[in-house]
Design a protein around this ligand. Sequence first.
Ligand SMILES: Nc1ncnc2c1ncn2[C@@H]1O[C@H](COP(=O)(O)OP(=O)(O)OP(=O)(O)O)[C@@H](O)[C@H]1O
Ligand SMILES: [Mg+2]
Length: 334
Amino acid sequence: MIPVGLDIGTNYTKATKDGKNVTIFPSIVAYGEEKDWSLKGEEKEVYVGEEALAIIQSLENVEAMRPLHEGRLMHQSYMELAKHALKVLDVKPDVVATGLPVKSSKKEREELAKDIKEQLKTDVLIFPEPVGTLAYMGIDTGVCVDIGFGTTDIVVLGHMEYLRGDTMLVGVDWLYDNIEVIIRNKAGISVTPEELTKLLTTPDYEVGRIRGGKRITISHNDVKDEYEKLMKSWVERISSRTKLILEGLSTAIVDKLVLTGGGSLLPGAYEEFSKSFEDVAEVIRPDDPITSNAKGYYTLAKILLEEKGEEAKAEEAAEESKAEGKKKGKVKKE
Ligand SMILES: Nc1ncnc2c1ncn2[C@@H]1O[C@H](COP(=O)(O)OP(=O)(O)OP(=O)(O)O)[C@@H](O)[C@H]1O
Ligand SMILES: [Mg+2]
């Protein structure tokens, strides 16, 4: 039985077929211009991942789609990204284990499960996003806050059962939108989220554009102070919502408090979040917060498949011994 852990995020798609090595590519699907003639029955060219990112930066008339927007699912691009991930991993899985925002609707989950089953011809498991990280860390009772690009998801588990959770429409994008405006006002240039990540996480990095025959650059130091202020109020919003969710819970549950997602890697974010919870519990982080959900989905799928396999074996054994019993019974009678 082959499981695949698949985490399709607003910004990155992460997938693994062994729970250790994770393939990552940008969650972008680009549809090229409609063709005048279609000889292969394809009316539009579809580009996925790195290729899509390159295409949207260099061609006009392309329509770019992301799988999640404001915590809602866009099916068509989601399925393109899922197919691409399996192609890159070069695997035909028996089960795909994946996640959706905690506050996704039941209908959304059912539709996604149906699409995956029909189009990828596999079984499917869908978890609330942060559960992946908890499973990866071997925690069955605890709290996980996942700061992603588009949403922040909070989940509380007790003995591997969902107790409470929430989805905030505030992710890294909120922070980046604000910094982007500051840079635009300061230097008159627009920067991409990818450039912003480098600018914030690499000390000597510079972003530049040529304007009117001149070089205009922005460096890490130019945005440091404003970033610090914005980051603090951003973390403050996320921690106050988390505290609302934790209100009234037993300390035994909150003892394991995990922060994950790419947002937790931005400078100062983890430290600020930890400080805000110093009277509650120690905040811990997985070794790689970007890939930990995908690895955890894999682990969960594997455990569930093994349990199912054992159940089936036990049933088979019970059937066999029943049949044996009958046979013996018959023999006796004869
Ligand atoms: N070293 C890094 N490399 C890449 N991204 C980083 C790094 N450090 C911080 N980040 C931030 O992490 C973000 C991606 O986080 P993550 O992969 O958890 O989001 P996502 O899963 O795509 O989004 P969501 O869960 O909201 O759908 C990037 O947009 C970037 O801002
Ligand atoms: Mg995510």
